[in-house]
Structure formats: C-alpha cells, structure tokens
Write a protein of this length. Structure first.
Length: 108
C-alpha cells in the first residue's frame, strides 16, 4: 500500500490489491490472530467516504464467516461490528455489513 503507484482513490488499484488480499491470500487474510480482518476493516473505513461501492464489496469478504470455524467467525463479526460502530458509514457499506451480521446471528 505504500508503493507510489497505489492510490486508495483508484478503484482498480484497490480491487487489485485489497480484493486480491482478501480473496486470494487465505493464509494471511484468515490468520488466526485476526490481523487480516482488522487490516481489511481499517481499509474499508478509509475507503468508504471515497468509494462506498468498492468499500461495500470488500466488506462482503468479512461477511463470509459462516464458512470458517467459530474463532474466525467471531473475529470477522467483531470487525463487522467495528465498521458499523465507527463514524457514519455509507448506505452501501451499512447494507452489506448489517446483512452479514444478521445472517451470522441466524446461523448461530
């Protein structure tokens, strides 16, 4: 992210870097410490005011916790809650995150 060619305002760069991290790097994204989920949540919060649609698409990656064991589901859920508890989030992000949280509660 510190590379001069990367810009958070460029949707293609965001999808290429952050989308690939969340979708194509399972060992780091799903690290048992939760650092991957925390990192993605921070980026979603930073990106939401700039591009809510891309932020919502990335947030959907945290909403797929039902596929993982309880520890990782809980870590993902806590980051989703963190996103909603932050300053005002866009409707796009709110819709994805709140639906993910609701779906997670219904499965438990």
């Amino acid at each position: 992210m510190g590379h001069p060619a990367f810009q958070l305002k460029n949707p293609n760069k965001v999808r290429a870097l952050l989308g690939s991290f969340a979708a194509g790097n399972p060992s780091c994204f799903h690290d048992s410490s939760g650092r991957g989920y925390t990192f993605l949540a921070e980026q979603i919060l930073a990106l939401d005011p700039l591009n809510p649609q891309i932020a919502a698409r990335l947030a959907a990656r945290l909403g797929r916790g039902g596929r993982y064991e309880a520890h990782r589901r809980e870590l993902m859920r806590s980051q989703l809650e963190r996103i909603l508890s932050g300053k005002k989030v866009s409707r796009d992000v709110y819709e994805v995150v709140s639906k993910s949280l609701q779906d997670g509660r219904e499965k438990n």
